[in-house]
Design a binder for this molecule. Structure first.
Ligand code: PGA
Length: 253
């Protein structure tokens, strides 16, 4: 059965102020007002979540966090917990984005975060992806290791709350997206590993997104020929009209 696609806007560390974040959210909501057949979430910097929450009231849009810590409360200066994110309206949280891994986040930490997010009732979007491709296919074992580590201890019952985002580092912010063929191959590979662990019915619950230089221009073929279940969109999500067009491509394929 075909899953409802999911498209997530990853605003990263943009825009530069609370008023600019509200404007972008209003524009995004307006651009998406008539779009159906796709789940859409926006991940702003977490400091803006609370004030963006009223702007999505009554809309199909959901809020996501870009990062989270795995403990609930305590002496963890600078961290934000799952219950805190939930209290300001987040329904999903990205874990293990490559830009966080580049700052030192390990597979073990990504797993702790994913489990905490799911246990707290939010959906975890766990990111995996190689830094480069090689002719021997070592990138496949690299992604497999990240994926198995991210899912360790996640039960089959919790899989409805797990999303995997395949984001090859070489495609992020570079203007060079993976080809639909590359994306499709990796989607099948990820699905097979999930099937190994959880069986076919379990694996079928997990949406597998593609991220890395997704634009209004390439979204249609990445959905159709890449057969992914949606996108994690960085740069293009800062342009409301283009982001809405990507969401429509996801909805219509
Ligand atoms: P990009 O970023 O769309 O700007 O390549 C994607 C991401 O990092 O999630």
């Amino acid at each position: 059965m075909k899953k409802t696609p999911l498209v997530v806007a990853n605003w990263k560390m943009h825009p530069g102020s609370s008023s600019a974040a509200k404007s972008l959210m209003r524009e995004t909501a307006k651009a998406l007002a008539r779009t159906r057949g796709v789940d859409v979430a926006v991940a702003p910097p977490s400091v803006f979540l609370g004030e963006l929450q009223p702007l999505i009231a009554g809309k199909k849009l959901r809020l996501a966090a870009q990062n989270v810590f795995y403990e609930k409360l305590g002496a963890y200066t600078g961290e934000v917990s799952v219950p805190m994110l939930k209290s300001v309206g987040a329904a999903l949280a990205i874990v293990g984005h490559s830009e966080r891994r580049a700052l030192g986040e390990t597979d073990e930490l990504v797993n702790k975060k994913a489990r905490a997010v799911i246990a707290g009732g939010l959906a975890a979007i766990a990111c995996v992806g190689e830094s480069k491709r090689d002719a021997r296919g070592d990138y496949l074992s690299f992604v497999e290791k990240q994926l198995r580590a991210a899912c360790a201890g996640v039960s089959a019952q919790a899989l409805g709350k797990l999303v995997i985002a395949y984001e090859p580092i070489w495609a992020i912010g570079t203007g060079t997206n993976a080809t639909p063929h590359d994306a499709h191959e990796m989607k099948l590979f990820i699905q097979r590993i999930l099937t190994d662990t959880y069986g076919r019915a379990g694996a079928a619950k997990v949406r597998i997104l593609y991220g890395g230089s997704v634009t209004a221009k390439n979204a249609g073929e990445l959905m159709q020929d890449g057969a992914v279940d949606g996108f994690l969109v960085g740069g293009a999500s800062l342009r409301a009209a283009e982001f809405a067009s990507i969401c429509r491509s996801a909805a219509s394929s």
